[in-house]
Design a protein around this ligand. Structure first.
Ligand code: ADP
Ligand code: MG
Length: 682
């Protein structure tokens, strides 16, 4: 027997070059292979007769070869092999394209199982390139429920089928980690059966049961891990902040806080008084004023002699936050400093010295703040802006920095309530569901290509009024497969043929970090009129002078993503607009996009997105800050998710601890998942 940790090269037929192909799919060991789950199935169990074949509907049938296959060389690169087959009901002509081996493998007078579809395009049945197997050959592509695997260049589905089968034959699948009571209560297949069944199901129902088990298991492990983190932090002690008087802070604000902001702040003050580290998420739509909530927390920490590390996802955002906090805090005697990678070595060293000496209250920077060699004299509070870049793994590492600092994460990604609990199971949540007064909604329109002249005129109008525009494209470069606008080409076209007199800038994810920052900074400083970009601009950038957002091929984006993009405008006093273009005529797509024109409530939009696309997209997207789930490819249903969560809560409740020998496998799986999470983030 082989071990799960053995490399795939222990398998027959897997040498170094094949192993490289498997590595493309992140498959290095037998365990990786066995955990490479199909993304779907085709039911090829049923046999039909030739006369029952329906045009364009693939099916399995048994037939005898009625002549010796003939190969015709048509031209270079095109060989056609023709053969006639029959069963007791009908005859059928089969044509293979560039599959000369078919002529060698199909013998006159013998029976085979075929799988294919007849084409209905001309009189007389014809079937192009079916799969076929001899009656006594093992069922690989016919007579079974066929798993369809995620593939990569050089690795066909058949190769995966055979290698997975071989792996399962020489080693035991991963051990059971779910307690028997839980399996029974929720009707979950045992591990061993599930691993075989997910790869070699007897029926679609069995495949479904196996898939459900894998999803259940993964989310059970994840929820249990979050609960453990929460419990572990709950055990920790810190000194409560005695001074929670915010009157000076409120007095310095240029505006009145919204009710939602006040509620969030008082929840934070309560946390600060408790004597245990705070773990709080502030969730609020773009423009709901999260920064002020964070500022209140930093102010309170400073009044209690504690330092704050304020982390933004990009340097430019860090600079923005630093500026606005400096302005606010200067009269209050709270000192603010910036620490980013693009500062000179000397500047960084001097800043670090001041931080270590306790001369700085609030340090604003990127996530490097925590990972680099920054030593705080007394770090009391860590604030992470834009939560989706600050994942579970980073959260779990935080307490290593300083004396268990309080943690405040802020997210502008509205997560449907149904998922929030699962994703943030280790955090308390405050929701900012109110916008500062006087903000007008961004008017949103969905238009077709015929509106192009009007869009161009609209862009020109905004620019001539001294405002700026964003134009977002779904792709970076021209792509033959996807007929969508690319930022690079579109920026060029706009500059050369449409707006030769305007300043067009380009921003996309394939540019280097420093280059991106420079483009963004110059746009923010008003040095470009139109910024053509990919979704890299999605996160938090504040350019109040930008009043128009054009989103090309909007059907390529998810609703929540479109909503985030739209949030880049409408941040100043001037009326702002969002124009989405699409070529797509699918009524469902149009309806989906129209939902965005009707509402600006991020939570409603997220719920709608969840309803339309399922939770898979939330967990699949790397921005979620979640670990890479193995079942991410499988469509995840909410019901299973909820069950897994309920089960883990129930289990942790009744067990109290996972220190028992029975829970050892579960503990290992939790740490493996969270370790993988670290690898996949930043
Ligand atoms: P986000 O939640 O997207 O991070 P910000 O904190 O950047 O939002 O706030 C957006 C803008 O609204 C900022 O210019 C901020 O100064 C302003 N703002 C925040 N709270 C209020 C308020 N209560 N009244 C008026 N303006 C506010
Ligand atoms: Mg913000």
């Amino acid at each position: 027997m082989a071990k799960l940790s053995d490399p795939v090269t222990v398998l027959k037929g897997v040498g170094p070059s094949r192993a490289k192909q498997f590595a493309q799919l992140n498959i290095l060991t037998l365990e990786d292979l066995i955990c490479h789950f199909p993304r779907g199935y085709e039911d090829r169990t049923k046999l039909v007769t030739i006369s029952q074949l329906e045009p364009d509907v693939p099916a399995c049938f048994k037939a005898m070869v009625m002549n010796t296959p003939r190969v015709n060389h048509i031209r270079k690169g095109l060989d056609i092999t023709r053969v006639q087959v029959a069963d007791s009901t009908a005859r059928l002509n089969i044509t293979f394209f560039n599959q000369k081996f078919a002529a060698e493998q199909l013998h006159y007078g013998e029976e085979y199982i075929f799988y294919g579809a007849v084409s209905g395009d001309y009189a007389g049945y014809n079937m192009p390139s079916p799969s076929f197997e001899a009656l006594d050959a093992p069922a690989v592509n016919t007579r079974r429920v066929l798993p369809i695997y995620p593939l990569t260049a050089g690795l066909s589905n058949t190769i995966l089928l055979k290698t997975v089968r071989q792996a399962l034959a020489i080693c035991d699948p991963p051990k059971e980690i779910l307690p028997p009571e839980i399996r029974e209560q929720f009707g979950i297949l045992p591990a061993e059966r599930a691993y075989y069944a997910i790869h070699e199901p007897q029926s679609l129902q069995e495949a479904e049961a196996a898939r459900k088990r894998m999803i259940f298991e993964e989310f059970f492990v994840f929820s249990a891990g979050l609960s453990l983190m929460r419990a572990a932090r709950g055990m920790k002690k810190t000194k409560p902040y005695e001074n929670r008087d915010l009157r000076d802070f409120y007095g310095a604000l240029p505006f009145q806080l919204t009710g939602a902001q006040q509620r969030a702040i008082s929840q934070i003050m309560e946390d600060f008084g408790k004597g245990a580290p705070m773990n709080r998420l502030v969730q609020g739509d773009v423009g709901s004023g999260k920064t002020m909530v964070a500022a209140a927390a930093a102010f309170c920490a400073a009044r209690n002699g504690k330092q704050t590390a304020f982390m933004a996802p990009t340097e430019i955002l860090a600079e923005q936050h630093c500026k606005s906090l400096e302005a606010l805090f200067a009269p209050l005697g709270v000192s603010v400093t910036l620490l980013t990678g693009s500062m000179t070595q000397k500047e960084k060293r001097l800043t670090r010295e001041r931080i270590a000496a306790g001369q700085v209250d609030v340090t604003v920077g990127t996530h490097a703040l925590l990972t680099e060699s920054t030593v705080f004299s007394d770090l009391g509070l860590v604030i992470a802006d834009e939560q989706h870049r600050f994942g579970v793994a980073q959260r779990s590492k935080l307490s290593e920095k300083g004396e268990d600092p309080h943690l405040l994460v802020m997210s502008a990604t509205p997560i449907p309530r149904t998922l929030a609990l699962l994703m943030y199971g280790d955090l308390e949540v405050s929701i900012l569901d109110e916008r500062p007064p006087g903000r007008e909604d961004v008017d949103t329109f969905l238009v077709g290509e015929s509106y192009r002249p009007r869009i161009n005129a609209f862009i020109r109008k905004h620019v001539s009024q001294g405002h700026q525009c964003f134009v977002v494209c779904p792709a970076v470069e021209e792509n033959e497969e996807l007929d969508v606008k690319s930022a690079t080409v579109w920026a060029d076209t706009l500059q050369k043929t449409v707006f030769p007199d305007l300043r067009i800038a380009l921003l996309h994810g394939q540019m280097k970090g420093a280059e991106k920052e420079a483009v963004m900074a110059s746009f923010a400083a008003g040095q470009a009129d139109v910024l053509v970009a990919t979704t890299v601009i999605e996160v938090g950038v504040d350019v109040p002078n930008a009043t128009l957002m054009v989103i090309e091929d909007a059907d390529r984006f998810g609703l929540s993503q479109l909503h985030q993009l739209r949030g880049r405008v409408g941040r100043g006093q001037a009326k702002s607009y969002c124009i989405m273009t699409t070529h797509n005529r699918n009524p469902d797509t149009i309806q989906r996009l129209k939902a965005l024109c009707k509402t600006t409530d991020g939570f409603k939009i997220a719920e709608e997105d969840l309803r339309l696309r399922g939770p898979g997209d939330f967990f699949g997207s790397r921005q979620s800050g979640l670990p890479a789930f193995r079942v991410g490819d499988l469509s995840i249903d909410l019901a299973t998710l909820h069950q897994a969560q309920e089960a883990s809560a129930q289990w942790i409740d009744t067990q109290g601890t996972l220190d028992t020998p029975e829970a050892q496998n579960l503990r290992q799986r939790i740490s493996a998942l969270f370790q993988r999470a670290e690898g996949t983030m930043n």
